[in-house]
Design a protein around this ligand. Structure first.
Ligand SMILES: NC(=O)C1=CN([C@@H]2O[C@H](COP(=O)(O)OP(=O)(O)OC[C@H]3O[C@@H](n4cnc5c(N)ncnc54)[C@H](O)[C@@H]3O)[C@@H](O)[C@H]2O)[C@@H](O)CC1
Ligand SMILES: [K+]
Length: 548
């Protein structure tokens, strides 16, 4: 048993502040606001796991002022990170009970951690993992059953974070200790008006009262058989998992160890809790090998190299700024069942700007402020003279009342299509905000002068890249590009002027149609279309609502 009481307590902040630079210039409009947001991300990014994450997705903090929830960001980004992690985590180290306790002692001894620091990070990981799997829109009421030791402390911390994420936590904490760490955690929960539920109240309609049950009763210091009242509480969770239809009962999430399981052998007699989700902390314990539920996560992103080296820890890397990472395969998904129930502010005719460029700019600014990754990414669809369409993503590099500008290789397929048919369509999809903008119009090349100016504003590496790539032509391998790139790098190593190749430049789409789409509940989406109409000698924009 670990002497938690003797350890020093200092709560460490875990928020990180990040600012994003404006991704492109807008020629007429002023530069959009730079988002400077701080929240430890729940949402894994597409970045390679690194201790220096490049692009945090600080969506929660940013979305609130816009009144837009992010039901899909966590899921979509999570699934990407999930597959990366699943591949990376083929072999994960599992700790014995003794090693787990020893690591705990080293962290809080020579490695300088305090118990409340580790508990804060552990509890945050649990809350982050729960939020990643169980969406707030479907799971609101969370019961956290806390035991007498640090596992229970993790539960108290998780309750607080879940409250701040928007969940409604209830805590059952039957064996309180008077130690300041724990009484402080209780006071924090009381200040949030989080109800403490007596054990007796739980034996009546547990499934009807809660949407998630978190088992934070015992962790790696558990021995023997559970004593009251935890014996009954564990039995209650056992009955919950075996007797009820899984679709109708709250999922059970175990913190570090399914309570009552042998820390190394697992559910020895087969009559223990069968959690739907396990959040292993620091590293999975041996019993986690016996976990068969659909969601296994790792949390506790604080393991320093001396521990990893000493114990030869093989652990999946944490994606981006995430506090948790999935271990093993994600459960398979029925694609036809994937659907979001969008919750958005209404998009009404009398609220939108009369000019679609202004409306675009308003939404674009909001996408930037919300910290979306590459809000200037747009799908460009071109059509050749035979009527064959093709689409690809490009980056918007400027927009004003003359149109939407992007740059490319004039030998590419899109350029070929555009030379035959100047009609094209752009599509912006800001998934996290349930928004889409369609823009259609005619395309022409920007002036050489404009292309020159933009070309020389790019980093030198991108300038060389534009010269190297004869876009859309078949090449024998990647080395072809690397070889030419290297040659050019040497040629221009003195920092001299890199001339823009003739075959590289910009296009401008001048819109004749815009459509602003805002996803709404029950598929009753808002669609406002702006089309051009003749008014005397000039044209004006007419706004019409389209059926979703
Ligand atoms: N690196 C780490 O080691 C970290 C550990 N953390 C958490 O700390 C846990 C370990 O905490 P502790 O060592 O405090 O131990 P536990 O929380 O596993 O349990 C210890 C408590 O349970 C009681 N207990 C043990 N067996 C019992 C039984 N049969 N019936 C009734 N009561 C019993 C003990 O008297 C003690 O009060 C981990 O599993 C994890 O959840 C995290 O807070 C932070 C990081
Ligand atoms: K537990």
């Amino acid at each position: 048993m670990l002497a938690a009481a003797s350890k020093i307590r200092t709560i460490s902040g875990v928020a990180s502040t990040t600012s994003r630079a404006m991704p492109f210039f807008l020629s007429t409009f002023s530069a959009p606001t730079t988002a400077a947001l701080s929240v430890p991300s729940l949402c894994p990014t597409r970045q390679n796991p690194s201790t220096h994450p490049r692009r945090p997705l600080a969506f929660f903090a940013a979305a609130a002022p816009l009144g837009v929830l992010s039901p899909s960001l966590r899921r979509s980004m999570a699934s990407l990170a999930t597959s990366t992690a699943a591949a990376a985590a083929a072999e994960v180290t599992h700790l014995s009970q003794r090693d787990a306790a020893e690591i705990d002692e080293q962290l809080m001894g020579p490695l300088g951690f305090s118990v409340d620091q580790l508990m804060e990070l552990a509890g945050l990981s649990v809350a982050a993992a729960v939020a990643e799997v169980y969406k707030l829109s479907e799971h609101t009421r969370v019961l956290i059953i806390c035991g007498p030791g640090n596992n229970g402390g993790d539960g108290l911390v998780a309750a607080r974070h879940l409250y701040h994420f928007g969940y409604k936590p209830f805590v059952c904490y039957p064996k309180r200790t008077s130690r300041p760490l724990y009484s402080g955690l209780v006071t924090q929960l009381e200040s949030l008006d989080i109800p403490f539920v007596p054990v007796e109240d739980l034996f009546h309609d547990l499934a009807g009262q809660f949407d998630i049950v978190i088992d934070a009763m015992f962790g790696f210091s558990f021995h023997g058989t559970p004593r009251p009242p935890f014996d009954d509480l564990i039995q209650m969770l056992v009955s919950l998992s075996v007797t009820d239809d899984s679709a109708k009962r709250p999922p059970i999430v175990s913190v570090d160890i399914p309570s009552g399981w042998h820390v190394e052998e697992g559910d020895v007699n087969g009559g223990g809790i069968k959690p739907d989700m396990l959040v292993s902390l620091t590293a999975p314990k041996l019993c986690a090998k016996k976990f068969t539920g659909p969601h296994h996560f790792l949390g506790g992103r604080f393991v320093p190299p001396p521990i990893s080296t000493k114990y030869g820890l093989e652990l999946p890397p944490y994606p981006g700024t995430s506090m948790c990472v999935r271990i093993g395969k994600a459960p398979s998904v029925d694609i036809s069942s994937l659907r979001e129930n969008y919750i958005s502010p209404e998009l009404l005719e009398n609220q939108v700007m009369s000019d679609p460029f202004d409306q675009f700019r308003r939404w674009f600014d909001e996408a930037v402020t919300a910290g979306l990754r590459e809000p200037n990414a747009m799908a460009l669809t071109t059509v050749n003279k035979a009527g064959k369409p093709s689409s690809r993503m490009v980056l918007l590099k400027g927009v004003d009342r003359h149109g939407f500008v992007w740059y490319t290789n004039y030998g590419s397929q899109k350029a070929h299509d555009l030379s035959e048919n100047s009609n094209a369509a752009l599509l912006f999809y800001w998934n996290e905000m349930n928004r889409q903008v369609r823009v259609e119009g005619l395309v022409q090349k920007v002036s050489e002068e404009e292309s020159e100016k933009y070309f020389h504003s790019r980093p030198r590496g991108s300038q060389l890249g534009a010269i190297v790539s004869k876009q859309s032509t078949v090449i024998s391998g990647r080395d072809v590009l690397q070889h030419v790139y290297k040659e050019l790098e040497e040629k221009y190593s003195d920092g001299s002027f890199i001339p823009k190749p003739d075959y590289w430049g910009g296009y401008r789409l001048t819109p004749n149609l815009f459509e602003f789409w805002q996803g709404q509940q029950s598929r009753l989406h808002d669609r406002l279309q702006y089309s051009q109409r003749e008014v005397g000698a000039s044209t004006a924009w007419q706004i019409e609502r389209l059926a979703p």
